[in-house]
Structure formats: structure tokens, C-alpha cells
Design a protein around this ligand. Structure first.
Ligand SMILES: [Fe+2]
Length: 227
């Protein structure tokens, strides 16, 4: 992302011109878990990042795609980690040789610990780390060029549950608010499928997301406690 003269984040295109593809972005879907994983790559450098690569059913297609496109996985990047996912992530780390990057609060042995405001570089590409706790204490979102990957924090017309251990509805509201002040045309790619959709925009969710549209923080906390 770049900043305009007012200091606001503005979107950058993924392409510099016709036929001049400089990046790769792929969304992979695991139907049984209704989960998305993502493969991001710097085309020229051949380096890639897999975001939330562990759901069963995604790992093999993801690795095959990276191999087919001749990409080297630099990082396995987690928006968040639940207790039951630790082993799969650690196994995938040793299998690929990639570095595992996750929140400093994620329950996994990560090579790189991330927090709000950090950046992560692969090739010439830069990811910006946003702290978005609430669904879990270690939830992060990743801003890359014209899009944001929100994990289970902000879904398309939905949001993450907060009834799991360490979930916090007030924190989740603050995190969603942090995401909704991004430029309206920022593309939103969530960690789970809802309503059969795979992509939204920040502007759409500001207006139509039933979790937060028109709700105060206190109203949101009450809403989540009833979910
Ligand atoms: Fe989750």
C-alpha cells in the first residue's frame, strides 16, 4: 500500500500493465471446512507466502500449485491458530522448509513472531500486519497491495465467533472497526466462506455487514453473547 498526500492508505494495482504480471494471488477452498487459504507470490523473484495453509484438503493442492508455478515458499503465514492446528502447521513447516510466521500470542512454535504495525517482505513484496484480536487473542490480518486478508475476524457479511476460550467480543468490535477504516475499495478476502461468496470490499461490509452495521460497541457485545 502507498500513502496519499493526506497520509491515507491507497490501493496499488497488482499489475503494472497489460501482460506485465508482477504478482500472483490465488485463493484455495477447502469445502468440508468452508475454509480459504491463499497463495501470494512475487512472480519475478519466484518467492511466495501461503496464508492459513493448514486446513485439511488444502495442503496438497497448495503445495502442488506452488510447485507448478515454480514458486519457493518463504513463509507460512497464520491469521490465527487454534489449539488443534498446531501439529499440522509444524509438520508443514518442516516439510516445506518455509518459515512459520504468526502472532506473538498464537499457540504455535513460530519462527517469526508478528504484531500490529510489523511488515513482512517476500521478494520485493511487502505485507502489512494488522492486529485484529477478538476471535482469538492472536488474530492478525494482512494488508497486501489492494487487498486485506482478514482470517476469522471479518467475514463476508459476518464475523468470527467469540465464544471460544479467550474470545473477546469487545476486542473483536475494535478490530473490525480497525479494518473498516481501510479505503472502501480495498478487497476483502476472508478465512471462511459465507453465503457462497469469496471476495467483498471494505465499503460493502461497512454498509451491509449485519454484525456491525449500525451497532454500537455495547450492542455488538450483546449481539455476540446471544449468537
Ligand atoms: Fe478461527
Amino acid at each position: 500500500m502507498q500513502q496519499d498526500v493526506h497520509g491515507d492508505l491507497v490501493a496499488e494495482p497488482c499489475w503494472t500493465g497489460p501482460g506485465d504480471v508482477v504478482t500472483i494471488f490465488r485463493q484455495l477452498y477447502d469445502a468440508p471446512h468452508r475454509a480459504y487459504s491463499y497463495l501470494l507470490a512475487d512472480r519475478d523473484g519466484g518467492t511466495a507466502v501461503a496464508v492459513d495453509p493448514a486446513p485439511e484438503g488444502i495442503t496438497l493442492p497448495l503445495l502442488a500449485l506452488a510447485d507448478e508455478l515454480d514458486l519457493k515458499l518463504d513463509y507460512l503465514l497464520c491469521t490465527h491458530v487454534h489449539e488443534g492446528e498446531r501439529l499440522a502447521l509444524e509438520r508443514l513447516t518442516s516439510r516445506t522448509g518455509a518459515r512459520l510466521a504468526a502472532s506473538e500470542r498464537a499457540p504455535v512454535a513460530a519462527d517469526v513472531r508478528l504484531r500490529h504495525g510489523d511488515t513482512l517482505t517476500f521478494g520485493t513484496e511487502i505485507l502489512h500486519v494488522l492486529g485484529t484480536p477478538g476471535h482469538t487473542p492472536g488474530c492478525l490480518s494482512y494488508l497486501w497491495r489492494d487487498r486485506v486478508l482478514t482470517g476469522d475476524t471479518l467475514l463476508i457479511r459476518g464475523c468470527g465467533r467469540t465464544d471460544l476460550p479467550d474470545g473477546d467480543a469487545g476486542q473483536l468490535f475494535d478490530s473490525i472497526t480497525r479494518l473498516l477504516v481501510l479505503p472502501g475499495d480495498t478487497l476483502l478476502f476472508p478465512g471462511h466462506e459465507t453465503h457462497g461468496r469469496s471476495v467483498s470490499t471494505i465499503a460493502e461490509e461497512r454498509e451491509h455487514n449485519p454484525c456491525v452495521a449500525g451497532r454500537s460497541r455495547d450492542e455488538f457485545i450483546t449481539f455476540r453473547s446471544q449468537a
